[in-house]
Design a protein. Structure first.
Ligand SMILES: *Cc1c(COP(=O)(O)O)cnc(C)c1O
Length: 951
């Protein structure tokens, strides 16, 4: 009987046999015994529940979902009910053409999602009134924290003080404080409702919430002026829906705007994932962290999109890094942008007016019933005084199926959104003991702050009002792109494996999608059980004692893990331990995270075999002995090799008093065979969007949980709303009970997508997971074995074997023929493939990770293409084709190019379009020719160009 594992793993038994023959082993076990060093090998199996079928897992998830209660949510605080238009839900959120795509580093095959992201940036820039927005931050809290560090870099003030208005979302404040402390930034929370007189004399930045967490809408113009007078930068955390009616942050003089786009059609998901946003005024665009989509041109001079200012990411520059954000929230940004495309400016204004009208009516009814409503000016949220009765009112509302926010013993917060109905208002009034109100209602938005400027004037926000037009727009864009639904994406380090439909289905169930992160515990027992079991399974898989799923990307897991190490050292008086050793081959986020955790990065060399140089390690340990905080190593290494020195590396660092952080991005090569928590590491992050099947979404969402050994458990990320959140002093935290700083705005981070890894683990079971690892390692070694004679495989470990990926060294060929990795990557598009990882971790190479999910036919199709390309390189080398006019240099070839009336190239059209093995039916055509990135960086355009540009 076929199991889920048989469907998740590509090669069947017969294929496995043939692959083993090629690699030269009798069984997968023999291969794994040879590949994995015995010192790290785990022979104890995995203690997980036995594998369940797809149908059983859906039934189990259904039962868990049924234990969540979907109340009407009027809690607000940055999370709102929203109607995801069905055409967007089904054709984006539930469409593999969108959700299985990778980050658009290969822009020629990513024009669809790049256009959607450019729409997102245009939407944010327009609504905030600022010039440049990136495409996307991880949530509002982290966006606000990035705004703080951006302000510090750009402010001329030497002050370490960052002022945060007291009416800021509490979870945002917690994340800001957690990020500030290791950087020596002093956060001062001030009640600024009375104006600039409450500001300190000196500060480098100011954070304002607009409207405030209480719902109040204030004119912040005087505060902005006062801040600018002392050289400080101002961030306004603004609600996008409110901005359709209110003067924009840009118009009141703000330098930066930050926030979330959740209420633009993205379900609450118990806290995430949602796309955060960050926008800046003119002059600050080159300091923006995150990914910025820009317009450039292709080889024909036609406009084309690509990520701007990237030599991978402009902000991840190792020890000079300014941010560690890598995986962002692309899929959610696409959804939010499409919400704006579908509704257009008039539709959004209409939704905002309806939302405001409900809030105004709610307030009028409460006032008529004798209840005190604190604020006169508000958009969608009111704070109501009910001395001594807040808990009772909140309970009465909950009993009727409506969640309100208990601010304190005397006050209740109530937020309206586009899903609020008059019937909901009646229930709220009832909870307050007030009769239903039918009288007059006056708008409560201050006239002086009324928005008069236009927004979303670009035609894209006007042309898709009918569902037919919207459906076709979504289809047209996704047809431009190459995602896993077309073929393999052999990206080293990224583990682009199957995202099974059964894993995906539950995330759009209302019982998972429509839960507010602050919903009462009694309404979320299904979610909490799911999270607890997922955390315990991940602990079992990794050998750690405790796991936190809060970090919403691998980068955030790194920060959380390093902060745990920092907290641990400090709890033992090790305040001076601030040196983080990082091998030269590390992923850029590692060093960036170390900098953010207040550590100094010291690079450890690699030897000629690509392994961490243990002699240099000894020297660096000796040099920094008493200051050594940690080492961060990736295992298997980013070179795709199981290093045999890992155990001794761990021991050396421990002996010197340091902690060992193992970057778990490559866990796909370990599951079932080795456990970092048992071979010497103290903490790791995992990328659930790599090893555990959360789709990449075109560059996010992700989940980056960390596992820790027992001594670090007290320093795991705290609840951003809890008393433990960073308001408490460090010594209190160091007591071991208070918990670490929050690294994400929601306690469980991107909880809404946790059913995906849960389902994967549940359907695979111990045996399936272990088999998957063997299949992944076999696939990588098969590709290495087939390609080795055509391209040197740069590094290998025991017995010449690689782990789950292999690096193909093109440098000798480049030297001999002038053909670059870029040429090969682009030529692969003509062959119907996404390129492997380019020039990471070694410049001039390609890193191939086939994963266990690709079947032998697809692996062979890839190998055949690479071998055929090798032949083409030969033809360039031998002079058959000129160096500047050959199928590699001109790749990718578009349909319009090869069907043009003129053809003057040195090779025939058929070679351009249908090289060896490419079917004439259903070929994927790149929509643009090779894109000139540098041109776009010199002429930075990060919003939608006018349609005439495309004529
Ligand atoms: C992907 C990756 C990261 C970063 O993870 P994100 O989820 O993109 O933030 C870190 N280290 C390695 C080795 C990786 O491959």
């Amino acid at each position: 009987m076929n199991t889920f594992a048989d469907r998740h793993i590509g090669p069947d038994r017969d294929s496995e046999r043939r692959m083993l023959d090629q690699v030269g082993y009798g069984t997968v076990d023999e291969l794994m015994d040879a590949a994995i060093p015995e010192v790290i090998r785990w022979h104890g199996g995995l203690n997980l529940p036995p594998a369940a079928s797809e149908a059983e897992v859906i039934a189990e998830l259904r039962a868990l979902a049924d234990r969540n209660t979907v109340n009407v949510s009027m809690i607000g605080l940055g999370y709102y009910g929203t109607h995801t238009p069905a055409v967007i839900r089904r054709n984006v959120l539930e469409s593999p053409a969108w959700y299985t795509a990778y980050t658009p580093y290969q822009p020629e095959i990513s024009q669809g999602r790049l256009e959607a992201l450019l729409n997102f940036q245009t939407m944010i820039a327009d609504l905030t009134g600022l010039t440049t927005a990136n495409s996307s931050m991880l949530d509002e809290g982290t966006a606000a924290a990035e705004a703080m560090t951006l302000a510090r870099r750009s402010s001329k003030s030497g002050s370490p003080v960052y002022v945060v208005d007291a009416d800021t979302l509490p979870q945002t404040l917690a994340v800001i404080e957690g990020r500030a402390e290791p950087l020596g930034i002093i956060v001062q929370v001030r009640d600024l409702s009375a104006g600039a007189s409450a500001l300190p004399a000196d500060f480098f930045g100011l954070h304002l919430q607009y409207p405030g967490a209480s719902g109040v809408v204030l004119d912040h113009a005087d505060l902005v002026t006062a801040a600018h007078e002392v050289g400080a930068l101002v961030t306004v955390a603004a609600d996008l829906l409110a901005l359709t009616l209110l003067r924009s942050p840009g118009e009141i003089g703000a330098d930066i705007a930050a926030g979330t786009t959740q209420r633009f059609g993205v379900p609450m998901g118990f806290g995430g994932p949602h796309a955060g946003y960050l926008a800046v005024r003119k002059g600050l665009e080159r300091t923006l962290p995150g990914r910025l989509v820009g317009v450039s041109r292709d080889a024909d001079g036609a406009p084309a999109y690509r990520l701007a200012l990237q030599t991978r990411e402009q902000h991840i520059r190792r020890e000079k890094a300014t941010s560690n954000i890598c995986t962002a929230q692309v899929l959610l940004a696409v959804i939010a942008s499409m919400y704006a495309v579908y509704h257009g400016p008039d539709g959004l204004r209409d939704i905002a007016r309806r939302t405001h009208a409900r809030a105004a009516k709610l307030a009028a009814g409460l006032r008529a019933g004798g209840v005190t409503v604190s604020s006169e000016a508000f958009f969608d949220t009111v704070t109501v005084s009910v001395p001594g009765r807040a808990a009772a009112v909140v309970a009465a509302a909950a009993a009727q199926g409506v969640n309100l926010r208990q601010v304190d013993a005397d006050r209740v917060g109530i937020a309206c959104d586009e899903t609020t109905t008059d019937a909901h208002l009646v229930l709220v009034w009832k909870a307050f003991g007030v009769p239903a109100y039918t009288g007059a209602v006056e708008a409560a938005l201050p006239d002086a702050l009324a928005r008069t400027s236009d927004f979303l004037t670009h035609p894209v926000f006007h042309a898709h009002r009918s569902e037919t037009a919207m459906l076709r727009y979504l289809r047209r864009l996704s047809d431009l792109d190459y995602a896993l639904d077309r073929g393999m994406i052999p990206l080293g380090s990224c583990t682009m494996k199957l995202n099974a439909t059964t894993e995906m289905e539950p995330i759009s169930w209302p019982e998972f999608a429509n839960i507010h992160p602050h919903a009462p515990a009694a309404q979320t027992s299904g979610y909490r059980e799911l999270i607890t079991s997922l955390e315990s399974w991940l602990a079992e898989v990794t050998g750690y004692d405790a796991v936190s799923v809060q970090p919403n990307a691998g980068s955030q897991g790194e920060l959380a893990g390093l902060l745990a190490i920092r907290g641990y050292h400090r709890s033992r008086g090790g305040h001076d331990r601030d040196v983080c050793l990082i091998p030269s081959s590390a992923h850029g986020t590692n060093a960036a995270s170390a900098v953010m955790a207040g550590m100094r990065v010291v690079v450890v060399a690699c030897d000629e075999n690509g392994n961490v140089d243990l002699v240099d390690l000894d020297a660096k340990i000796e040099q920094h002995a008493s200051r050594l905080a940690a080492i961060m190593v990736t295992y298997p290494s980013t070179h795709g090799v199981y290093e045999t020195g890992i155990a001794s590396l761990c021991a050396k660092v421990h002996d010197a008093g340091g902690q060992v952080y193992v970057d778990g991005a490559n866990l796909n090569a370990l599951v079932g065979f080795a456990k970092p928590g048992r071979f010497g590491a103290d903490v790791s992050h995992l990328n659930l969007h790599k090893t555990f099947c959360i789709p990449h979404g075109g560059g996010g969402p992700g989940v980056g949980p960390i596992g820790v050994r027992g001594h670090l458990a007290p320093f795991l990320p705290g609840d951003p709303l809890g008393a433990t959140a960073s308001r408490t002093s460090h010594s209190a935290r160091a007591g071991g009970t208070a918990g670490g700083a929050a690294v994400s705005a929601a306690r469980h981070g991107s909880a809404g997508i946790l059913p995906i890894p849960w389902a994967y683990l549940r359907m695979m079971g111990a045996e399936g997971l272990t088999r998957a690892t063997g299949a992944a390692v076999l696939a990588a070694n098969y590709v290495a074995a087939r390609l080795r004679e055509h391209y040197p495989v740069l590094y290998s470990g025991n017995k010449g074997l690689v782990a789950h990926e292999c690096i193909l060294d093109l440098r000798p060929l480049t030297k001999a023929t002038g053909v670059t990795v870029d040429d090969v990557a682009k030529r692969l598009i003509d062959y119907g493939f996404h390129a492997p990882t380019m020039s990471f971790p070694v410049a001039g190479t390609l890193m191939v990770e086939p994963t266990e999910s690709e079947d032998l036919a697809e692996l062979d199709r890839f190998c055949d293409a690479m071998i055929a390309i090798r032949g083409e390189i030969e033809s360039v080398g031998s002079g058959t084709w000129p160096r500047d006019d050959n199928p590699l240099a001109n790749a990718p070839h578009t349909a319009s190019m090869v069907s043009g009336d003129e053809w003057s190239h040195a090779y025939p059209r058929s070679v351009a379009a249908y090289p060896f093995g490419v079917s004439r039916v259903g070929k994927y055509w790149a929509p643009v020719r090779r894109i000139d990135g540098a041109f776009g960086d010199r002429n930075l355009v990060c919003a939608c160009p006018p349609p005439e540009a495309f004529e």
